[in-house]
Design a protein around this ligand. Sequence first.
Ligand SMILES: [Zn+2]
Length: 240
Amino acid sequence: MNDILKQDIVTLVKLQEAETEIVRLQAVLEKVKKEKTKLESRLNQFKNALVQNKEELKKAQTACRDSESEIQIVDDRIIKSNENLRMVKTNKEYQVLLREVDDNKKRKDAFETELLDFMDERERSESIVKESEKEYSLLAEQILAQQAEIEKKCTDDKELLEEYLVRQKDIGKSLNPSLMERFRKISKMNNGLAVTGVDNAVCLGCFMNIPPQLFIEVQRGSSLISCPQCSRILYHVNTD
Ligand SMILES: [Zn+2]
């Protein structure tokens, strides 16, 4: 019975060694993931700006086209009125048509002035889009390279994590499932440190003193003792 328990403690310590590495590597990889996400969202900002600028350009192009077709319509009316002018018989008809031509010419002038503004706007939009496209593709290239580099740097860590996970699973096979469950639970509560040494009656997990009677039990190693402060499973570290 006692031998089995001692073996359990040895196994738990090994399990903890793997757990410590797993938690460390997971933190490193989590940080890497965040870094990549940050880069991605920065690129997305530029992408959104580009989409918006393109939208503005589209609006300006439509305004120009609409204005041009208005001018065309008025122009057609002027031509028609001028044709009619040659065929009128009375002075009154003549005056009416003349005024019509005059009105339409004024409208055409107004449309043309408007068109000039729209064309300016279109030109401005075009250059903004061009600039925005350039910025975006430059940044996309940069960010892709940065992400690839980050990915390359953490390849080893990823492999190592896999190794430790497999190793931990193997170590855990010899442990009672309920003890494994206990280890998992305590580890989760304590940032990945479930099994810790006791040195000179001090828990090395929370650095609090262990009551003397409990310390004796830990030294004896005849039962699994948890730290009253941090609940970690304790084992005796022989420093003598
Ligand atoms: Zn403790």
